[in-house]
Write a protein that binds this ligand. Sequence first.
Ligand SMILES: [Zn+2]
Length: 262
Amino acid sequence: MYRITPLKMAEISVPIGVVQMMGDMRALVTGPVFVWVIDGGDEKIVVDAGVEEAKNGLVHGFPGKGGGEKSLREALERANMKPEDVDKLIITHLHFDHVANAKLFHNARIYVQKREWESALNPPMHYRQTYDENMILPLEEMDLCLVCGDAEVAEGIRVVLLPGHTKGLQGVSVRTEKGDYLIAGDHFYTYFNFFPPKQQVEFTDAAGNKVQFPPATTPFVPPGLHVDLSEWYESCFKALSTVRKQNILPGHDPSLDGRSFP
Ligand SMILES: [Zn+2]
């Protein structure tokens, strides 16, 4: 049986309205950037490859710190792993904060959805800044597997196509002794996207700042960045048909730092 460990390798700050649609676009919230280790099987499996190194306090135009090869290696060392040792790297989607260090996984088979690949190389206009060809095209020289829809990538580990945030975002369903878990990527940034507060709540972000999150009246609240909102809602129900709601792991929630699942 598997165990999932999100390892923080950077922090990045975005407006609350990016995490939660209709949220404040002037107030920043700082979230962790994780690489996820799935252990307990015969193979070394990692989900997502983190963000580039922050320069002058900015990551790809957003305030941030950490990132790059050094941070990735330090994060994986906490799981006694090097990128070169990894057998399989699953990329949830090709946004810059999920793929930047993929080229360090020289010996891994790399799994990306085919429609994510095609969309990343010809993105919708509002997503041009979130994709970087220099991070993506080198993967063509590697052991790249472009997946068409849901597929098993190892015994008990499946990729699940969840379009909406991007055209080809995939979650990763992982069998554990407490049932299946779903690494959701940015389909859900935080628990607020699928356990939305009924009243305004104060929340401590990854930088230790207090942030106000607005209340919601619907069971799901989309992030502010998406390609198709109808598809996003459909993917929420697909996620729920895959695992129990409490077994969904959002992409950038500070509360996940330092924990393992189950
Ligand atoms: Zn994203």
